[in-house]
Design a binder for this molecule. Structure first.
Ligand SMILES: [Cu+2]
Length: 56
């Protein structure tokens, strides 16, 4: 597994998060997370915030 702190997408490029490919790992938490806040940063549109519910 290779750690990537940032992934910059080209216009129209799609990034799919899935096991054994790009994914997000949450480590070191004492209690399970139910949701996570995500901020997408766009050069022209600025920051777009959203919240993702996590499934286990
Ligand atoms: Cu991983």
């Amino acid at each position: 597994m290779m750690h990537m702190p940032n992934k910059i997408l080209k216009s129209g490029e799609v990034l799919t998060l899935k096991p054994m490919s790009y994914h997000i790992m949450f480590m070191g938490f004492k209690k399970p997370l139910n949701k996570v806040d995500i901020v997408f940063k766009f050069r022209n549109a600025g920051d777009i915030s959203t919240q993702i519910k996590l499934n286990r």
